[in-house]
Design a protein around this ligand. Structure first.
Ligand code: NAD
Length: 271
């Protein structure tokens, strides 16, 4: 799809004159890094039941009753995250931060790719897959991609019929209190993280880029609405219809990995 030049020009000007630009991103931003989205055809929810795999209760009973499904899911996670790298959309956002325009990225993604691309202020409302959180004292430990892969491989090397207790015994212990840790990601039904920071970012921005999100996961999906209600202009970029079209001032129907580099190049020319 070709984005009309006038539209690029118009949006680049809005961004260039913004004094507080914030990006709000979803799974679509990482689709071009080959991390499947949840709701697109072929996405995770086509193959796994979210009520089983993405809730703590569902996951525990699945690990106890059908550990092979949990293994298959973890194997898929390992293969996906091991090879995922930031794409041109992530790098374009990092460039906007370097230019002093983008203040923060509020992301629903857990993949760490905004940080890897170079964004330094990233609010991860659904957590980060490379971080472990102590289930006792709450201490957090950021791990490297290599550590994460090693941990998952160890997990997957337990005998096929091993139960939940065996799997849990492979989780690292907290260095402070000795309790077990777990990936610091938000499962369905759990509270989101740093939402006060996200809400403040939304209320204070004058322009918000809404990128690759279906807008159906709450409360995260309320972030662009809060920005709009506080007077921000909304720029929505998504290759398909987004629920944010009703509040968007500018809409680009395109992949973020295609549209963002073009827009950022134009912003640079203007500045
Ligand atoms: P979603 O799966 O509900 O929707 C994905 C959206 O991305 C759709 O609107 C789709 O049209 C759009 N999209 C697809 N390809 C795109 C591209 N190349 N460029 C731009 N947009 C594209 O995702 P969501 O709204 O983020 O909600 C799902 C939840 O699942 C999130 O809260 C997140 O925590 C989690 N999730 C995270 C990851 C990740 O970390 N990469 C991946 C899958 C799901």
């Amino acid at each position: 799809m070709v984005i009309p030049d006038e539209k690029i020009e118009e949006i680049a000007r809005v961004i260039a004159k913004s004094s507080n630009l914030v990006a709000f991103s979803g799974a679509g931003v990482s689709a071009e890094s080959e991390i499947p989205t949840f709701r697109d055809p072929g996405g995770l929810w086509d193959r796994y039941d979210p009520s089983q795999i993405a809730t703590t209760g569902g996951l525990s009973s699945l690990a106890a009753s059908r550990p092979n499904i949990v293994r298959q899911f973890l194997q898929e996670m390992l293969e996906t995250f091991e090879k995922a790298r930031p794409n041109p959309g992530h790098f374009a956002l990092a460039e906007l931060e370097k230019m002093g325009i983008l203040r923060s990225v509020i992301t629903q993604n857990i993949d760490n790719l905004h940080r890897e691309a170079g964004n330094s202020y990233v609010i991860e409302v659904h957590g980060n897959i490379y971080r472990l959180r102590c289930m006792g004292c709450g201490e957090k430990y950021m791990r490297s991609r290599e550590d994460f892969s090693r941990l998952l491989r160890e997990f997957l090397s337990t005998p096929e019929d091993s139960g939940l207790a065996d799997l849990i015994s492979h989780l690292p212990k907290c260095e402070k209190c000795g309790n077990i840790t777990r990936p610091d990601v938000v499962m369905f039904g759990e509270p989101v993280q740093d939402f006060d920071l996200a809400a403040t970012g939304a209320r204070n921005c004058d322009v918000m880029l809404v990128l690759g999100t279906s807008g159906v996961v709450y409360p995260a999906a309320s972030v662009p609405v809060q920005a709009k209600q506080s007077g921000a202009e909304i720029i929505d970029i998504n290759p398909t219809q987004s629920t944010f079209h009703n509040i968007a001032d500018y809409i680009i129907i395109e992949k973020t990995g295609v549209a963002l580099p073009i827009i950022v190049k134009r912003v640079k020319d203007i500045m």
